[in-house]
Ligand binder design. Structure first.
Ligand code: BGC
Length: 813
């Protein structure tokens, strides 16, 4: 049988098939009652369920139901604990089932190409192996409860600015080794049953229409057998999407897209077979998700989930600095609690992932029960960046009364949001000015940081100790106090590097792209792969984090299929160590990073305990993508296998001779000097062209705006009216920024292409009307208005007609 639902497919009309491939509403797929095909419900998001109680509105004007807010992915990645990822996934799955959600839109696992990406807090790491392993763990956990996880955003979506109107220009090796490997692991090891395509183009083709990504790689190579869902409003050409194997366009946009499919069947642009294949996969998902008894449970233990959120945060806090072993603080220690974040924590980021938290802890609320003696608490700074002399004075006075100051600070709400990238890597200056004054009033400062992304830390010398809690979720405050007081020994390790300054970052010159094309010139040298290879001084390396105990590594042996060694907890406290396996090949013919993470394990040991740790090799340990033979290859030769506590601190070393696959070196070294030296900030266009291997697309804005240009590009519009709309939007954006909270809807509209107006208005606007709008924007007012008006009536009629046909078919049975 060609299709699993062959019989059902035979009974379905073209109208029904086409309608099934786009949404009915913001969160639901269509149901076809005549054939007993129910609809399925999707919901955000990666670190808690965001199911809207009232009518869905994508970016959350309507409040969502209360749910547990777990630490965000950037935080959990610091735990390096796959089992923890699974537990969180299971809890998310339980809450989703209780709220009748079928597909949970997460985890997000885009690679942190630049520290400035506004959504870095939602993603795991700069390293694909760690990202993939953690994502696969979440997927296993979520799916164990009978629903689907939906890893996102596939692929190469590392920039929020004009995220729906940008093209990632990337060479195949970088694509495979850095930007796809995490998804590969999530699909192969997590068995993800759904995947969300990203808004952007990849090498000139929208991710959602990209046959290379969706068919050749995802389905054919990785064996993905689930459904592909567009990001919300991310469908460009539904016909091309379906032809490439994208199953569900979201959110609902009336019948405009379904009509496009039917027209394409008639004019031969889409084959019936292509439509049927997508419908068959969609049916498989619908019946798997709605079949009797698939969902495991309907209620869950809210208190247990809160405790899990606390444990997750405890495991993910990173101790960056601990001069004179000031931490942990002893019971009875007199502390001053300073910082607005102690009163109102930063515990999650803004955007589609924002959870309506069931219960929220604060440091201020919990400090009295911590065993410490709190001499007082002061906000110290404003959240919106203005200096306040009164707040300052109170904080400085208080600091003098305490033995230790707990200074809670970090990135504000505006710095971490979907829809916008940061402009710089600094913590707001008013917080730092206060810190610099505090250290003069009391030198015993413990910096308690909250930020879901990396920041510059030139002020680190002001703190005796620094604890980085990232965005710790609803129970982040108690977890932080547990670590401060030593009830918990910190075991978080950085899942990303902390450069000294933004200018040092590998994509500095290319990010964000000024035009549509975003060249990934730094290639594979993302994060530590760059700093480590090019000896760039950084502050805190990838994998780094301190503990209250010490570990010793010994008895290393490199075996056929892995390594083993002895690990001893040589300190006086119980604690966990994250052991990291790095692989290097100094004699390599291709250009490579100095070393790469190829395995890790989190090991808990009681004080004095010793254990043997084994880390197996896998299919990724020695492979690289050969762009000439177009396959994964292995170079023959000697590899250095190291075990480290971070990428910058190796404790054990061995060698291994590996037989290769015999693929010839795909590069001519003399033509790629910067890549071979690792100094990739200076790659010329010519050298990048050589690496890219095909003519660069390099499309620039050409004067006329098109349906695929972002609304914020109306800045250039010929029409005065359009420029006025642009100014109004910009003012609205600025006003919301002044309030300190991003307005997600404005940000979304700002970065959305014109076609998004059709895709996001539930059928009110058709693509024909969008065409009219673009004509107006380009200065042809009358012609454009004509199209809009006639399009409006045509669209209304077409939608009604489609609905009528479906109901006639329903009646005919
Ligand atoms: C985001 C997705 C999210 C979707 C639905 C989009 O804007 O990029 O991550 O799942 O909205 O809210």
């Amino acid at each position: 049988m060609k299709y699993k639902y062959e019989e059902l497919l035979k009974n379905m009309t073209f109208e029904e098939k086409a309608a099934l491939l786009s949404g009915k509403s913001v969160w639901q797929s269509r149901n076809i009652d005549r054939l007993a095909i129910p609809s399925i419900y999707c919901s955000d998001g990666p670190h808690g369920i965001r199911k809207q109680a009232g009518e869905g509105d994508h970016l959350g004007l309507n409040a969502s139901l209360p749910a547990t807010c777990f630490p965000t992915a950037a935080t959990i990645a610091n735990s390096w604990n796959e089992r923890l990822g699974e537990l969180i996934g299971e809890a998310l799955g339980e809450e989703a089932v209780a709220q009748e959600v079928d597909i949970l839109l997460g985890p997000g696992l885009n690679i942190k190409r630049s520290p400035l990406c506004g959504r870095n807090f939602e993603y795991f790491s700069e390293d694909p192996y760690l990202s993939g392993k953690m994502a696969a763990a979440y997927v296993r956990g979520i799916q164990s409860r009978g629903i689907y996880a939906c890893p996102k955003h596939f692929a190469v979506n590392s920039q929020e600015l004009r995220r729906m109107a940008m093209n990632a220009v990337i060479d195949e090796r970088t694509l495979r080794e850095i930007y796809l490997e995490g998804f590969e692991i999530a699909v192969k090891e997590g068995n993800a049953k759904a995947i969300m395509t990203s808004y952007n183009e990849v090498n000139g083709e929208y991710a959602n229409e990209n046959k290379h990504l969706l068919q050749e790689i995802l389905r054919n190579e990785w064996g993905f057998d689930g459904i592909v869902i567009t990001d919300w409003g991310g469908s460009n050409d539904h016909v091309l999407g379906v032809a490439a194997g994208s199953n569900l366009e979201m959110p609902g946009c009336g019948f405009d897209s379904a009509l496009e499919l039917i027209a394409a069947l008639e004019n031969g642009k889409l084959k019936e077979e292509e439509l049927d294949r997508c419908v068959d996969q969609m049916l498989d998902a619908i019946f798997a998700l709605t079949g009797n008894g698939n969902k495991k449970k309907t209620d869950f233990d809210m208190a247990a989930h809160h405790n899990l959120a606390r444990m997750a945060s405890q495991e993910s806090i990173v101790l960056l600095k601990n001069q004179e072993d000031v931490l942990p603080l002893k019971p009875g220690c007199k502390v001053a609690l300073i910082g607005d974040f102690a009163f109102e924590p930063r515990y999650q980021g803004a955007g589609s992932s924002m959870v309506n938290t069931a219960k929220l802890e604060t440091m201020k609320g919990l400090i009295a029960d911590s065993g410490l003696v709190c001499v007082g608490s002061e906000r110290g700074y404003t959240r919106t960046g203005e200096e306040s002399a009164a707040l300052w004075k109170d904080a400085l006075d208080l600091a003098q009364k305490a033995e230790m100051v707990l200074f809670c600070f970090g990135l504000d709400e505006l710095s971490e949001s979907e829809g916008m990238d940061r402009m710089h890597m600094r913590i707001p200056q008013n917080q730092i000015t206060l810190l610099e004054a505090l250290v003069k009033a009391n030198p015993n400062i413990i910096g308690v940081m909250s930020a879901g992304a990396t920041v510059e830390m030139p002020w680190h010398y002001c703190c005796k100790a620094i604890l980085h809690g990232y965005l710790g979720g609803q129970a982040g405050a108690s977890a932080m106090l547990d670590v401060i007081t030593g009830r918990v020994n910190p075991s978080g390790r950085l899942s990303e590097s902390y450069p000294l300054k933004y200018e040092d970052t590998p994509a500095f010159r290319c990010y964000p792209s000024a035009e549509r094309d975003s060249e990934y010139r730094e290639s594979i040298f993302v994060g530590y792969r760059y700093y480590d290879t090019s000896n760039v001084r950084i502050l805190y390396p990838f994998g780094y984090g301190l503990s209250y105990t010490t570990f010793e590594y010994s008895d290393f042996s490199v075996e056929e299929d892995g390594v083993s060694f002895a690990l001893t907890n040589t300190g006086e406290r119980d604690g966990a160590e994250v052991v990291q396996l790095y692989v290097a090949m100094p004699s390599s013919q291709i250009f490579r990073a100095e070393k790469e993470l190829k395995g890790f394990k989190k090991v808990f040991l009681k004080s004095g305990e010793i254990t043997t740790v084994r880390i197996p090799f896998d299919d990724k340990t020695f492979r690289y993508w050969n762009v000439k033979t177009n396959r994964w290859a292995v170079e023959e030769g000697e590899y250095i296998i190291r075990i480290g506590t971070s990428v910058a601190d190796m404790r054990l070393e061995g060698v291994k001779q590996v037989a290769g696959t015999g693929d010839a070196c795909p590069y001519e070294k003399e033509k790629l000097p910067q890549y071979y030296s690792g100094l990739i900030q200076e790659v010329s266009l010519a050298e990048y062209q050589e690496l890219f291997g095909k003519p660069l697309i390099n499309r620039r804005w050409s004067g006329e705006l098109s349906a695929n240009d972002a609304i914020c590009q109306m800045y250039y519009a010929k029409s005065r009216l359009a420029r006025l709309v642009y100014r109004v939007l910009t003012n609205m954006r600025k006003k919301s920024e002044e309030k300190g909270k991003p307005d997600l809807n404005i940000l979304f509209i700002y970065n959305m292409p014109f076609r998004g107006i059709a895709k996001m208005t539930a059928g009110m606007v058709s693509m024909e009307m969008v065409d009219g709008m673009v004509t107006v924007v380009n200065g042809r007012f009358m012609k454009g208005m004509g199209k809009i008006i006639s399009g409006f009536f045509r669209n209304r009629k077409a939608n009604k007609e489609y609905e009528r046909k479906l109901s006639v078919q329903a009646k005919q049975g």
